[in-house]
Ligand binder design. Structure first.
Ligand code: ATP
Length: 877
């Protein structure tokens, strides 16, 4: 491309046509798909450089850099040099296998995270080949014609070519806190500071108002943001659980090291060879220090998040998976989240008469109502005859069309000159149209605000007096049926004003009529509301709609009972935070709320100790989403800004998906808990076995290779299969977990202690009995009993309460497979002749094996008894 050979132009000094020529693109039709693909291949994707994926080899190597592993390998090598090299090889192989398992898991977790990030990358609307299309923002190239509107994060640097009241928050780039209103005119000073180049839009800045089109002039690292961007850090920070486990792990490591030191000294004093004792002690330390716990948490959360995407919940911040289970309040928007956002006009009112459908469009005031419905409307019919745009507006177009109004004809006859776009603060919009002899202004919006601005009303015979109380009463009546009510008004102006000031223009209006729109609840919403309540979560509805509409819909969904409290935005604004905090827990529905007020709701609930999930879709929702414990954005209808601020995106915009995600979050947390319980109990069992033996006058029960083997086969496969455990039956029948609660609560540390002791006791009993009976195989027996005890244990802790027999053996096939494999491996170690010298084992007789099986099922039975006591409420409550 010749353009690339020249110095990059000062784009703000060129007008749109010149910029298009320089970029070799079309100002109306954009690039062709072929040209865009060519430029993408040539210039690379529109991304800022990010810290890339870690090199897999380095990841594998990092598995072996742990201090204790290095000591173990060192000790094994020394032992091999002076003793049996075979032992060294076996130990190194096991350590290596352990590292490989760790690597595979970490690698999967990293890939899962990368895939999630990719899914979360924003989309951009472009015009290519003259047709609008939605593409991944990474695929934008210079010359692309892009459309942006309020709520978008600008996907690239743009030379703006069309504007409708377009304002951008550029604070991220320029530090200017006020949104900048953009202009089209080209500027002459080539060296203007970025913030003054009013006809440009910059990647990463936020469109806060209006709409625009522009040509992409720079992408990726060539953009102004790219020039200042240093490497972006990946997912920031650790989850609360990871932090706590890491801290706990450090303390535990010290305790384990102390115990291992005692084991070493005690053995040595008893006359065991020092090097052999050192190997035993270090193997025990390697097996029992749970250094992998934080990593396992990441893995479980990342894989859980990958699964949640399939259920339409896209996690943007990993800690959310963990904290979802603590949510006590879900504050949800109404429209589109609890309802279907498939609006339909249910009735219309004009001239004091309410009708089920719009008719008589040839005579006043019905013709004016029809005109307002079509003209004061940003929805449109596309080439295929489908309605596109905001559902409130498409419903109005559909109703006008059904009454026989010709959308295209009307819009050509009254071309739009200017507009005051809708914003939820005003809850209305206005459009100005050329009309015979002047300008016709049409306004539509929430009835209360509109009526206060109307001075008279249209009637069949012209203009007559307005009875606001009567119209109000009618609007209330419709709202109480759950309808969204819109009012329409008009005003005639001699000419289009120079300054579009909403306050002065939207006054002295003539009222035309009302439209009542029905928006059916989502079919699954009522069940999801009930599920929330059963799970101890309070569902709350927040809406910009009228209190009566909100109450009717909330009642239908079960969010509010008869006589329940609906708080309107006006009153909320008058309450101080302290006053509001006293009431907040009794309010289930908020109406006529503007997005800024959501912050007050989140703050009041958090001050009361609640853990809040809050949904939002607009630009102004972003601060509340950030502040909430779990911000929830909309994937279909929402803005980029809200999605950036949120911890989770609902791909289907559906309230029920939040509840599914909470359930999934609880399940994942339960399974992490089970994993911790399992490994820590196994470790505790191994420690007790080795530690207590000398005190009972017994020789060291296990060799280092046995300790490492137990650690490998039990932690590795069965432990990880626990992550696949299904949700407990009562997962949504119990109250939310307090966020600060220790993972060891509800009897976990007691379990780790006593079941560990039981494992150790059974192993030592086996040892004492076998030695007493004169068995030459006592060590193989202890080894087998301890391994199989882990398997019995993992089966028993699949549920915190339910017995294995009611869960069924087959309900976690992966775990069953892992158990069978572990069992077969243990049998191989005993019965495959060439493995015997490596593992220092001997084939057990049938009687010995039967004894081992019987003894190792003691742990299983013990834990089942523990659960039976829990079920009866006698333990850990
Ligand atoms: P929810 O908060 O339940 O999702 P919402 O966000 O759709 O509702 P807003 O969009 O803030 O609520 O709408 C608030 C009010 O503004 C509506 O009740 C309606 O009266 C009015 N309104 C909504 N859409 C339009 C529109 N396109 N033109 C004019 N007025 C509108």
């Amino acid at each position: 491309m010749a353009t690339e050979l020249r110095a990059p132009p000062r784009w703000h000094t060129l007008d749109g046509a010149a910029a298009a020529a320089r970029l070799d693109t079309d100002l109306k039709a954009g690039l062709t798909a072929g040209a865009a693909a060519g430029r993408l291949a040539h210039g690379g994707p529109n991304v800022l450089q990010e810290a890339g994926l870690r090199n897999p080899l380095l990841m594998l190597a990092s598995q072996f850099t742990d201090f204790m592993i290095l000591v173990l390998i060192g000790a094994a090598v020394i032992a091999g040099i002076i003793g049996e090299p075979q032992d060294t090889i076996a130990i190194v192989v096991i350590v290596f296998l352990n590292g490989v398992i760790g690597f595979v898991q970490e690698y999967r977790a990293e890939r899962a995270m990368a895939a999630l990030k990719k899914m979360a990358s924003p989309q951009a609307r472009v015009i290519r080949d003259g047709q609008p299309a939605l593409v991944d923002a990474r695929e934008l190239v210079p010359g692309d014609l892009v459309e942006v509107e309020a709520g978008n994060i600008l996907p690239a640097d743009l030379r703006l070519t069309e504007l409708a009241a377009f304002k951008v928050d550029e604070s991220a780039l320029t530090g200017e806190s006020q949104p900048v209103e953009k202009r089209l005119a080209s500027l002459h000073d080539a060296d203007l500071p970025l913030g003054d180049r009013l006809n440009l839009g910059y990647k990463g800045t936020v469109a806060t108002y209006g709409r625009a089109r522009g040509l992409v002039v720079a992408t990726g690292m060539q953009t102004e943001l790219g020039k200042i961007a240093t490497l972006l850090a990946g997912e920031a920070g650790k989850t609360p659980l990871q932090k706590r486990l890491a801290r706990f792990g450090q303390h535990l490591a010290l305790a384990v090291l102390a115990i291992c030191a005692i084991v070493f000294v005690a053995g040595w004093l008893r006359g065991e060879p020092a090097l052999a004792m050192l190997l035993t002690a270090v193997s025990l330390a390697v097996a029992a220090i749970p250094e992998a716990l934080p990593a396992v948490v990441t893995i479980s959360l990342a894989l859980g998040a990958a699964r949640m995407v399939k259920q339409q919940a896209l996690i943007r911040r990993l800690p959310a998976v963990e904290t979802l289970g603590s949510v006590t309040y879900i504050c949800s928007d109404k429209t589109g989240t609890l309802t279907q956002n498939r609006m339909q006009v249910d009735c219309v009112e004009a001239g004091g008469e309410t009708r089920a459908t719009l008719s008589d469009i040839d005579s006043a005031p019905w013709c004016d109502l029809g005109l307002a419905m079509v003209l004061c409307n940003d929805a449109a019919t596309d080439a295929d005859g489908r309605l596109t745009g905001d559902p409130t507006e498409t419903a109005l177009l559909a109703a006008a069309g059904a009454a026989g109004l010709d959308e295209a004809g009307v819009r050509t006859a009254w071309p739009r000159l200017a507009e005051l776009p809708f914003d939820s603060g005003r809850a209305r919009m206005s459009t100005l149209h050329r009309d015979a002899g002047g300008v016709l202004m049409l306004v539509k919006g929430a009835p209360e605000g509109m009526l206060a601005r109307c001075v008279d009303r249209l009637t069949a015979g012209g203009v007559g007096p307005l009875d606001p109380a009567a119209v109000h009463a009618e609007a209330e009546r419709l709202a109480a049926q759950g309808l969204r009510v819109l009012a329409f008004a008009l005003k005639r102006l001699p000419a289009a004003p120079d300054i579009m000031d909403a306050e002065s223009l939207e006054s002295d209006l003539t009222f035309i009529g009302l439209a009542g729109l029905i928006d059916p609840p989502r079919p699954e919403a009522a069940a999801a509301v009930a599920a929330c309540k059963a799970a101890g979560i309070v569902p709350v509805m927040i809406t910009g709609d009228h209190p009566a509409t909100a109450r009717a819909v909330a009642h239908r969904l079960g969010i509010i009972e008869d006589g329940g409290r609906v708080l309107a935005g006006g009153r909320l604004a008058r309450l101080s935070l302290e006053e509001f905090e006293r009431e907040v827990e009794s309010v289930r529905v908020y109406a006529r709320i503007n997005p800024e007020q959501k912050i007050k709701i989140v703050r009041a609930l958090q001050d009361r100790g609640e853990f809040v999930a809050m949904t939002g879709d607009g630009v102004n929702d972003a601060p509340a989403l950030k502040m909430a414990d779990i911000g929830v954005a909309m994937g279909k209808g929402g803005t980029d800004v809200a999605r950036e601020a949120a911890a989770m995106t609902l791909l289907d915009d559906n309230f029920a998906t939040i509840v599914t995600a909470v359930r999934e979050g609880r399940r994942i947390f339960d399974n992490v808990r089970k994993f911790v319980k399992y490994t820590m109990t196994s470790n505790s069992g191994e420690i007790w076995t080795i530690f207590l033996a000398p005190f009972m006058g017994l020789p060291i029960p296990l060799l280092p290779i046995h300790i490492l083997w137990i650690n490998l086969v039990t932690d590795g496969l069965p432990g990880l299969a626990l992550a696949r455990e299904r949700a407990e039956r009562d997962v949504m029948q119990r109250p939310p977990r307090p966020p600060a609660e220790s993972i060891f609560a509800h009897g976990m540390w007691q379990h780790i202690l006593w079941v560990g002791l039981l494992m150790g006791g059974v192993s030592l009993l086996t040892q004492a009995w076998a030695i007493h009976a004169g068995s030459a195989h006592w060590q193989s027996m202890v080894f087998t009993v301890l391994t199989l005890s882990q398997l019995g244990h993992v089966l028993a802790i699949r549920s915190e309460r339910e017995s294995l027999f009611s869960l069924g053996m087959l309900s976690n096939p992966l775990l069953l497979a892992a158990l069978l494999l572990t069992f077969v491996l243990q049998m191989a170690v005993l019965y495959v002749p060439w493995l015997n010298p490596i593992f220092r084992t001997a084939p057990l007789s049938l009687g010995e094996l039967a004894a081992c099986l019987a003894l190792s099922s003691v742990v299983f039975a013990g834990v089942e008894v523990e659960k039976a006591l829990v079920r009866r409420g006698w333990l850990y409550r």
